[in-house]
Design a protein around this ligand. Structure first.
Ligand SMILES: *[C@@H]1O[C@H](CO)[C@@H](O)[C@H](O)[C@H]1NC(C)=O
Ligand SMILES: *[C@@H]1O[C@H](CO)[C@@H](O)[C@H](O)[C@H]1NC(C)=O
Ligand SMILES: *[C@@H]1O[C@H](CO)[C@@H](O)[C@H](O)[C@H]1NC(C)=O
Ligand SMILES: *[C@@H]1O[C@H](CO)[C@@H](O)[C@H](O)[C@H]1NC(C)=O
Ligand SMILES: *[C@@H]1O[C@H](CO)[C@@H](O)[C@H](O)[C@H]1NC(C)=O
Ligand SMILES: *[C@@H]1O[C@H](CO)[C@@H](O)[C@H](O)[C@H]1NC(C)=O
Ligand SMILES: *[C@@H]1O[C@H](CO)[C@@H](O)[C@H](O)[C@H]1NC(C)=O
Ligand SMILES: *[C@@H]1O[C@H](CO)[C@@H](O)[C@H](O)[C@H]1NC(C)=O
Ligand SMILES: *[C@@H]1O[C@H](CO)[C@@H](O)[C@H](O)[C@H]1NC(C)=O
Ligand SMILES: *[C@@H]1O[C@H](CO)[C@@H](O)[C@H](O)[C@H]1NC(C)=O
Ligand SMILES: *[C@@H]1O[C@H](CO)[C@@H](O)[C@H](O)[C@H]1NC(C)=O
Ligand SMILES: *[C@@H]1O[C@H](CO)[C@@H](O)[C@H](O)[C@H]1NC(C)=O
Length: 750
């Protein structure tokens, strides 16, 4: 009953806005206080248009609404079974979105093109705001003009959660009846049409509306499908869910970094779009919500430019993580489930609740928390002063599961977990005592796609880098009195850290003789039909690297003790640790440097950037088939490893600079070959970063070999490896891809 009544009111509201009333876009003329008017914003709206064909992205945010529109239109070169015309509007609020797929009405795939055009409605987007008497929250969204160059059918609409959209686009076309069956198709006056849906919470509405502009016959509702005549349509997308509180660019950045607002305006706008006082978001459009690992890696790299203190971006990150710590075991939330998808998830457990929940399946995320807390609460004066008040914050205002606890108690539970997990390996250094992925989970670290770890169960990064770094930080935090415990965790955690620093690398060591390496690289280049030179002649010595993971059952159910895939996860150890076992440190640095300097397929470098995985040296053909340049964690380029590797190599180089009062420099500094190798790798990496500035804000990108070089190519247009579900398209902007705002080349090491 109740929902029907509200729906009618809702529809009336839609009719009001679809008549292109100029007052609606002229928000500044609105008087505050009147019920249908938006707040008058102090700051001008933040808008950003970013093109990455076949994707065009448009961001709009002001103090009333933040939204992103993505328009996909096939190019002549597009693979038409992957790329079809599509409109998405996504809101950080509730991780919400609407999505519409189109097909040509008459004609083959590829014959329909769609685009957003500038008009008096918006350039290309304008904000929408109206308030219904039955609704607690105003309806907010964006509108603009969409052009269809020929007649079109809307084939698949999805309204509600971005997670539901991703289930369709990445999860093998999953459409859930709980979401799909409640979509209503309505005609609008003036030959328009509207799709509307009430969320499973029974109070939130999402709508996507189309009204033809002049010279266009309009849209008809035909048997549950919308049929569009060619031409221009005013569209609007809106929802009445509470919006987050965006931090403006001055608020996100440290007072000494305000110059970036002018110098790197697109990157600071993107950072602003992802920054809210409640949390920082991982990426646009697919991850417009909390992700623990993403926000902490981003904060560690962005630290020098982030704002500190109450209401700053650093505290937004740390607070969001602590709020979501698992009170029972101290593990850290990977991804939150909020909005419509939270209600749906609760329904699956027979619960009627809209409460958020968390995914705790990762095994790496808990280790980033102490490291980031140390940076702020121990290493920095502002953070040290803030620590008592900040950590006494009561949890539970966002995550009801943590009611009755303080953030300090949750931080302590997390530290207990780190120590508990570390202990068995300290007692006995055997493989069984290393950190494994959780039982029944195929993923557990940042390479969280089906074949990201080559089916390995014991990831390199977690064991050789994240655990010891977390232990060092637990020690520092304990000494600073941050935790609520009585025992001497400072001494204990440092002792544990030493064991994890010194005794883990050897489990992952791989050495391949020059002869075998040359042969495997040549063979691999043939297997993948690589169009460029195989670079085998650059292998002038034995090749050393560290396994991406241990313990992989492969397709023939043969057990592989090591996943022999070269990778960039070395960057964690370089960035997070000052290890002291000299011979181990020297050879570790040496092999990273050599592997970065060699060109794919003989190493990690390409003209399009450093790839995160190279399966050329493995003796298992299964890895070559899975780690492709169409795989999310295959032979592709991610922005943040470029940044963390650059910063990590810089930190190691910096250890060689004699400083008064500090300890003796490490031995590798006096090995002319190794030191020179490191310096060259640092510069080769920076040259490649500088040659790819256009890509750096993207989440991930791939390459195609043409005209004698590796050309940057969107991942989403390349076929995914068989058996991995759908293709993953890259986010146009990703929080942890904006770290070059803070990470710069150190000219002293040129
Ligand atoms: C950001 O907001 C503050 C108020 O919190 C205001 O003083 C400042 O002018 C705003 N800066 C920008 C760039 O909008
Ligand atoms: C046409 O596009 C649809 C997606 O809109 C896709 O499912 C279908 O496979 C495509 N057909 C061909 C022949 O590529
Ligand atoms: C619409 O655009 C597509 C893609 O560019 C093109 O193939 C097609 O011919 C165009 N249709 C019309 C009617 O212009
Ligand atoms: C649309 O308007 C915006 C803002 O004025 C402008 O930056 C953009 O270039 C315009 N786009 C087109 C396709 O004209
Ligand atoms: C929404 O309404 C339906 C039907 O009345 C009810 O079964 C359901 O529990 C309600 N959901 C929530 C989250 O209140
Ligand atoms: C700005 O960053 C510096 C370190 O780069 C830090 O010492 C300072 O406290 C920060 N200032 C603010 C206002 O956050
Ligand atoms: C939910 O209820 C259904 C029907 O009673 C039952 O089959 C199912 O096992 C329950 N699911 C959970 C997670 O409890
Ligand atoms: C918090 O404490 C109250 C009162 O003691 C209790 O009713 C409630 O269940 C507690 N909440 C949680 C999540 O433990
Ligand atoms: C990818 O690896 C899995 C096992 O890890 C295997 O079952 C599958 O067949 C592989 N796919 C290809 C295309 O080789
Ligand atoms: C590594 O050593 C440098 C120089 O002494 C120091 O500034 C830095 O904080 C140390 N890093 C870690 C992770 O201990
Ligand atoms: C460094 O690497 C080079 C080339 O692979 C090798 O010849 C040399 O022995 C290595 N040095 C050390 C100390 O590991
Ligand atoms: C197009 O994509 C499909 C589905 O991923 C794939 O099977 C096919 O090989 C691709 N075609 C080309 C020419 O790459």
């Amino acid at each position: 009953m109740k929902s029907t009544g509200l729906k009618e009111l809702w529809l009336l509201g839609l009719l009001g806005v679809s008549t292109a009333n100029p007052v609606i876009s002229g928000l500044t003329s609105d008087k505050p206080g009147s019920s249908n008017n938006a707040l008058t914003c102090n700051d001008p709206p933040v808008t950003l248009s970013l093109s990455d064909p076949p994707y065009n992205n448009y961001f709009y945010s002001d103090c009333n609404v933040a939204a992103q529109a993505v328009v996909t239109s096939p190019l002549p070169s597009s693979n038409l079974s992957i790329i079809s015309p599509r409109l998405i509007v996504a809101w950080p609020a509730g991780d919400s979105g609407v999505c519409a797929f189109f097909e040509p009405q008459n004609g083959a795939n590829g014959s329909l093109a769609i685009e957003l055009v500038n008009s008096t409605v918006g350039e290309p987007l304008a904000p929408l705001y109206h308030r219904e008497s039955g609704s607690k929250n105003p309806s907010v969204g964006v509108k603009g003009v969409l052009h269809f160059n020929s007649s079109a059918t809307l084939t698949v609409p999805i309204l509600g959660s971005i997670r539901a959209i991703r289930d369709f686009t990445e999860g093998g076309s999953i459409l859930r009846p709980e979401f799909q069956d409640s979509i209503q198709f309505n005609s609008l006056p003036g030959r328009g049409a509207s799709l509307q849906r009430t969320w499973l919470d029974n109070v939130t509405f999402t709508a996507l509306n189309f009204t033809p502009m002049s010279g266009c016959d309009g849209v008809t509702v035909d048997n549950g499908k919308l049929k569009f005549d060619a031409g221009k349509y005013e569209f609007s997308a809106e929802l009445n869910y509470p919006q987050l509180t965006q931090l403006n660019s001055s608020e996100v950045l440290n007072s000494s970094s305000q110059g970036l607002i002018q110098q790197q305006s697109d990157n600071t706008k993107a950072l602003t779009f992802l920054s809210y006082s409640e949390k920082l978001l991982a990426g646009a459009w697919r991850f417009l919500t909390y992700f623990g690992r993403d926000s902490m890696i981003a904060a560690l790299l962005l630290d020098p430019v982030l704002s500190y203190g109450p209401g700053g971006s650093m505290e937004a990150v740390i607070g969001a993580v602590l709020e979501r710590v698992n009170r029972d075991d101290g593990s850290v939330c990977h991804e939150e489930v909020i909005g419509d998808y939270a209600t749906w998830t609760n329904m699956q457990e027979n619960k009627t609740s809209t409460a958020m929940s968390c995914d705790y399946k990762m095994v790496d995320t808990e280790f980033f928390l102490p490291v980031l807390m140390q940076r702020y609460f121990v290493d920095n004066k502002v953070g040290r002063n803030r620590c008592p008040a900040f950590l006494n914050t009561s949890a539970g205002s966002i995550n009801p599961a943590n009611k009755n606890l303080t953030w300090r108690q949750l931080a302590t539970t997390n530290a207990e977990r780190v120590l508990r997990l570390a202990n068995p390996f300290v007692q006995m250094q055997i493989k069984d005592n290393l950190i494994h992925l959780k039982k029944d989970q195929p993923v557990g670290n940042w390479r969280d796609s089906t074949y990201g770890l080559g089916a390995g169960r014991i990831p390199f990064d977690v064991n050789t880098s994240l655990m010891p770094a977390a232990l060092r930080s637990v020690a520092a935090l304990a000494r600073a009195g941050v935790y609520t415990h009585e025992l001497d965790w400072g001494r204990l955690a440092d002792e544990y850290a030493q064991v994890w620093e010194d005794k883990t690398l050897q489990f992952f060591e791989i050495q391949i003789s020059q002869e075998t390496a040359v042969q495997r690289v040549a063979e691999y280049a043939k297997t993948i039909d690589f169009a460029g030179p195989n670079q085998a002649d650059s292998i002038d010595r034995d090749v050393n690297f560290y396994a991406l993971a241990l313990d992989s059952p492969n397709m023939n159910h043969n057990f592989l003790p090591k996943v022999q895939v070269m990778h960039t996860d070395d960057c964690f150890r370089h960035f997070l640790l000052n290890t002291t076992n000299q011979s181990q440190l020297t050879s570790f640095i040496n092999q990273t440097a050599s592997n970065i300097r060699r060109t794919f397929p003989a190493g990690l470098m390409t003209d399009a950037g450093m790839i995160v995985a190279n399966p050329a040296f493995g003796d298992e053909p299964v890895h070559a088939r899975n780690f492709t340049n169409g795989a999310y964690h295959g032979t592709v380029i991610w922005s943040w490893p470029l940044s963390m590797m650059a910063k990590g190599l810089e930190k190691q180089l910096d250890r060689c600079v004699e400083k008064s009062g500090s300890e003796a420099v490490p031995e590798f500094c006096h090995d002319t070959f190794v030191h020179d190798n490191l310096k060259k790798a640092y510069n080769v990496l920076w040259d490649s970063i500088e040659a790819n500035t256009k890509q750096l804000g993207n989440e991930v990108w791939s390459w195609t070999y043409r005209d004698g070089k590796f050309n940057p190519t969107p991942l989403g247009i390349l076929p995914a490896p068989p058996g991995s579900g759908g293709q993953t398209e890259s986010n146009i902007r990703q929080l942890w891809s904006l770290t070059f705002l803070a990470v710069r080349r150190n000219e002293a090491f040129k």
